[in-house]
Write a protein that binds this ligand. Structure first.
Ligand code: FES
Length: 306
């Protein structure tokens, strides 16, 4: 006798291996959503496999098609198409009416896809001090000019401007390029261009406001989930995941190392000798265990601008 443990709901004994997970849960009285009636068209029956994915039959053609369109990872299965070969533990993902609405009207981007991307964070050092000592109109004006200049650097290297956070910028690289090496090259090239552009912007700031900006830029690469997130009236395409947090921490650490652009060791390994490096230091990143080797990048060799 095998069991299906529907996490936090019910454990069901199963002796008929011809039944799908959806038939098993429905048979036990679980209100399992199935908007398309079990035809592998809606994905509202989806479950996350928590234990023993190897005890599920492989995806059939219909499930493969929908999983590819929605960008599901291997741990997400359609209950209406999936049969067990042994005991498993799964969790339903569409539980209430609100989940159902989100799952039903979602496009492939809305659902979220796992991608390997290079993530860049930048920040203006001591911006709060600057903002406090200038008129709000001037602050807005300068920020506008700064974002435009830095945004151009991101876009000119195939980057996507993910968001602004105060004076900070988060950008993604690799959405259009298949290779992680190319994603890192683009991100680092953008970072170097930002530092370049900063020089020009500082001439203006010195002339008009008697001040100069210094910025810190951190670049990391890793696995993230990308998709449209937010309220239906204001969705935004963004990335979430630990790699995003690490990139942000690297940016913060640039101050401690005293460099303008620092990359993680993962990025350095991928870049190899395509980049020229300055200072390298093992650093404890806030909220992360262990030391992380960060390297300053001072230049790139042979990287073409699109
Ligand atoms: S019920 Fe619609 S995909 Fe399974």
């Amino acid at each position: 006798m095998h069991t299906v443990d529907f996490d936090r709901e019910k454990t069901i004994e199963v002796d008929d291996l011809e039944l799908t997970l959806l038939q098993i849960s429905r048979g036990a009285g679980i209100p399992h959503a199935s908007a398309c009636g079990g035809h592998a068209k809606c994905s509202t029956c989806r479950v996350r496999v928590l234990e023993h994915p190897e005890r599920l039959q492989p995806r059939n053609a219909k499930e493969r098609r929908l999983a590819a369109a929605k960008g599901f990872g291997g741990d997400i299965r359609l209950a209406c198409q999936t049969r067990i070969t042994g005991s498993v533990r799964v969790r339903r993902l569409v539980i209430d009416e609100e989940d159902l609405q989100i799952a039903s009207d979602g496009t492939a981007r809305t659902i979220g896809k796992e991608r390997t991307l290079a993530i860049l964070f930048s920040d203006v050092r001591d911006f709060t001090t600057f903002a406090e000592s200038h008129l709000p109109y001037d602050v807005m004006h300068i920020l506008g000019r700064y974002f435009r200049t830095m945004g151009d650097a991101v876009l000119s290297h195939r980057g996507y401007i993910d968001k602004y956070m105060g004076d900070g910028i988060m950008a993604l690289f690799g959405l259009e390029r298949a290779s992680p090496v190319e994603a890192c090259l683009d991100a680092v090239a953008a970072g170097l261009t930002m530092l370049d552009h900063l020089g020009e912007l500082n001439l203006y700031l010195a002339r008009q406001f008697d001040t100069e900006f210094r910025i810190g830029i951190g670049v990391h690469i890793g696995s993230v989930i990308v998709g449209d997130m937010g309220h239906p009236t204001k969705m935004q395409f963004t990335a979430i995941g630990d790699a995003v947090n690490v990139a942000s921490r690297i940016e913060s650490a640039t101050k401690e190392i005293g460099v303008g652009l620092a990359v993680s060791d993962e990025v350095r390994v991928l870049l190899g000798d395509a980049a020229r490096y300055g200072v390298s230091r093992p650093i404890n990143l806030k909220g992360k265990t262990g030391e992380h080797l960060l390297s300053e990048v001072v230049g790139l060799d042979h990287h073409e601008t699109p």
